[in-house]
Design a protein around this ligand. Structure first.
Ligand code: GUN
Length: 287
């Protein structure tokens, strides 16, 4: 069996088109322009690429993009002062602080200084608590993108066995909450899980978010399962730099019913969901 490819790039283009359409109507009917502020501290090369892509796509859907690139030695007080300013700025509906922050900055403190209504990453403790208790919240972009692709491919997820490999605050934990919200039976597995392959083989839905290149091989996959690969790992192979996921795509695709590629799977959906969350924040702020 060769798995169906779940095309995140095409799906994300569709989400962006819907967002752009809604933004155009907000502008025409209410004179409103949703605004997203992205804060980057330091010169981490991967973060610079992500922040550049976010700014470009924000403008492409008709929103206002406010980029704040701060030096690595920015103090906590300076960063908190900027966040306070953005919290109070009516043109800014969404704020994203790119992670990881330099080690001298306390990211929990910084994230929890955001106005929860503008926290388009869904990382503020109030949004985390709201998601966990089924209240209206901002939902983290990567797991939201995964959920959208799963619903699109599988329809109703109720009763399915879902295994999430990885327990990060950004992906693993909120992904598990979202799947639970869709009535899946959810297991959170991780690098210390005993007989991880056997646990994964029980999954109708397998979400890999461990951050280890090609760790999930075909023998971890139940025949016909839907596999979502959240990993983005840069590896050297045959003298070239290559992007690979947390799933060994070739062997997993032999067994799975459907699978997301890397690149072109989850990655593009993350930014599309960020734009959708910014639009949501703007609509909520303006009644
Ligand atoms: N760094 C890696 N992923 C993310 C994300 O989804 N949001 C933010 N703010 N930083 C990240």
């Amino acid at each position: 069996m060769t798995a169906k490819r779940i095309d995140g790039k095409a799906f994300a283009a569709g989400v962006r088109a819907q967002v752009a359409d809604h933004v155009a109507r907000l502008k025409a009917d209410h004179g409103l322009v949703p605004g997203l502020a992205v804060v980057l501290v330091g010169e981490d090369p991967a973060s610079q690429v992500y922040v550049g892509a976010k700014g470009k796509q924000t403008v492409e859907v008709g929103m206002a993009s406010f980029e704040h690139r701060l030096p690595a030695e920015t103090s906590e007080a300076e960063l908190l002062a900027l966040i306070d300013r953005l919290n109070r700025d009516p043109q800014v509906h969404g704020i994203l602080v790119q992670l990881p922050l330099p080690p001298h900055l306390n990211s929990d403190l910084v994230i929890n200084a955001l106005d929860p209504a503008k926290d388009v990453d869904g990382f503020h403790i109030s949004n985390v608590g709201r998601l966990g208790t089924g209240q209206k919240s901002m939902v983290p972009c990567t797991p939201l993108g995964c959920l959208m692709m799963l619903r699109d491919h599988l329809g109703n997820l109720s009763g399915m066995n879902a295994v999430v490999v990885g327990r990060s605050n950004i992906v693993g934990k909120p992904m598990a909450q979202l799947l639970l919200g869709d009535s899946c039976t959810v297991t959170i597995a991780h690098s210390r899980t005993k007989d991880l392959a056997a646990v994964c083989r029980g999954a109708d839905i397998l979400v890999a978010a461990v951050g280890r290149p090609e760790m999930i091989t075909g023998d971890f996959v139940k025949p016909g399962a839907t596999v979502i690969d959240v990993g983005i790992n840069r590896i050297e192979r045959d003298g070239k730099t290559k992007l690979v996921g947390d799933v060994d795509h070739a062997s997993a695709a032999e067994v799975a019913g459907a699978i997301t590629p890397v690149p072109g799977g989850v990655g593009p959906m993350t930014i599309a969901c960020l734009l959708a969350n910014t639009l949501t924040a703007c609509c909520r702020a303006n009644g």
